[in-house]
Design a protein around this ligand. Sequence first.
Ligand SMILES: [Zn+2]
Length: 489
Amino acid sequence: MPLALATHAANLSILSDDYFEVHAAVALGTALLVGPALARLGQAAPRRGRVFAGAAAVALALVAPPNDVRRLLFGSPGVVAPWVAAAAWWPEPTFDAAPAVDVRAPHPDARAPHPDAPPPVVVLVTIDAVRADAIDAPDERADLPAFERLYREGAAFTQARSPGSQTAVSLAALFSGRSFSALRWAPYGVGNTRFLYPAADPAPRLAGLLAEAGVFTSKVGALTFLRNDFGVAPGFADELIVATGRTHAPATKVVPPLLERLRAAPAGRPGFYFAHLTEPHAPYDRGRLKVGPARACYLSEIAEADRWLEQLLQVLDTPALRGRALLIVTADHGEAFGEHGTTEHSKTLYEELVRVPLLFWGRGITPRRVDAAAGLIDLAPTILETFGAPVPAEMDGQSLWPWLRGEAARFTRPLVAEGRQRRALWVGEHKVIVDHRRRIVEAYDLAADPGERHDLSGDAAFTAPLGAALREDFAARAAAPDAPMVYRN
Ligand SMILES: [Zn+2]
């Protein structure tokens, strides 16, 4: 019995995270240890009492509890019964309301850049796991001169969201302009790189479309699955993958080849260059601070990424590229430090994991802060417009150029995020998250509650239009409604 209690306590405290299978295994072990002890207690009770207790337990298990009770039951990650009940017979949340979404406006016609203008060079740098609030407050940027410069001289979207909290989900959406469930995911790769990827999805992707428009495309990847054939970032004419297996290559291997390519950019040809950095990333040991509180080591790794961005800015500031280069810096997702009971990324869709920096600097950019809720899904249409290339109707994102030019504009596409069988949708400052595995819904008013502490799902007037919008949007756009929900990397 003491061993069983110790096992259970360890399950709840040490593994306080979203690993249901691990919890289930530990809970089963606990049950095997506790069971015989309880059985002896049961024999002592009168027969009628045992029958009554058994019947009450069965009745409680069969009734699907309301949403707020479900949330309480899942409050302890080590409790197995609600996972089993949700998977077996709890119904999905339902929303009885008219959905709160706009009618999608078509993409504007392509406009070729002025013939006398030098051909654009667009550099897209995605940095792993940079949550927006790690750098968007001026005092956070004291040690980040490159970010400081981008905020000062560039356009900053202050409410940008990633389409998921996992790299492959997020970058696949970025390069396709479509959300995760609008793509087809199937096992791809060999050995320890084999996982679900949109390798066979026929949707047009950014690099291929740019190549058709005569743009030179080049990529340096710090992760194996950024190779063209995995379908996350496909179609680049020039690619250098500096990672092997599941490793995350350091910026020392990524940025120097990118700079080399930019210095050699042909004068008369437009070019698109993409690189993904994996500083910061757990275990946060690539910054100057290698030992200490996780958040401090994490910030030290962001400072490391900043030093590389400084080198990149120096190259973009040379006469050959000044006036031609547009730099876009963003992150594939954020990073959690226990805000909602999880750490690192990929497990939830709360703001610490999906609110990301989105900065534009250089060609055509005047300094401004834009509070409209942009998404990484908008980058492919934005980059296509930069080169005067048409945006295919399949792309759900919307070009950000009206906002970058300071024009009055409005998003008509819904903003969504997905992962771990969860889906989230924003309408203005209101957000709904539906968890299809746990069969629960949460709703937040981010204006009043940016930390998502006060769940408003009990308020039907607030939640139902958001939930109905989420349901209708995914029903209309999901490529294969059953398949994509399983992504769990
Ligand atoms: Zn990532």
